[in-house]
Write a protein that binds this ligand. Structure first.
Ligand code: ZN
Length: 164
């Protein structure tokens, strides 16, 4: 049993994410670290790569280019009528909605603009095209349970968390 980060370790991280101009985009919440299963694509690839071989207590700064994060922006936008959403829906810019292609497959889009009766959807993740600057501290780790390996994600800090 190794004590460095590798595939099938459940890792607990404290992190702050900024856009490189000092604007904070996200962070782990207070004393609650982010818990994820390593090696299963649950965090952006560039951060996952940088964490391989790290130990509990390690602190690192990682700069992740868009191609190892949320990809480049491709400018694909789509206008849909407001009436395509349920009347009471609280639509906000940046909100993720599910769209469907011709084969009926669902895929995520994000609300880019609200223009009266028109909603502009963007196929790009809001962080597409952004170079991510992570400041990370490894707070803890454990081996994944068989269930977690099967599911491809962590079940909470202790491995017995509920999920949907
Ligand atoms: Zn699960």
């Amino acid at each position: 049993m190794s004590d460095t980060i590798e595939t099938d370790k459940v890792v607990h991280l404290h992190y702050v994410l900024t856009d490189g101009e000092g604007k904070e985009l996200d962070r782990s919440h207070g004393d609650e670290p982010l818990t994820y299963l390593h090696g299963h694509g649950n965090i952006v690839p560039g951060l996952e790569e940088a964490l391989v071989g790290k130990k509990v207590g390690d602190e690192l700064s990682v700069v992740v280019p868009p191609e190892k994060a949320y990809g480049a922006r491709d400018g694909k936008q789509q206008k849909v009528p407001r009436s395509a959403f349920s009347a009471g829906a609280d639509l906000r810019v940046g909100m993720q909605v599910m769209s469907r292609d011709e084969q009926g497959r669902q895929f995520p889009m994000w609300i880019a603009k609200l223009q009266g009766a028109t909603v502009v959807l963007d196929a790009n993740h809001p962080l597409a095209g952004v170079t991510l600057h992570f400041s990370v501290k490894v707070d803890g780790m454990r081996d994944a349970t068989e269930d977690e390996k099967k599911h491809g994600h962590a079940h909470g800090r202790d491995g017995h968390g509920h999920h949907h």
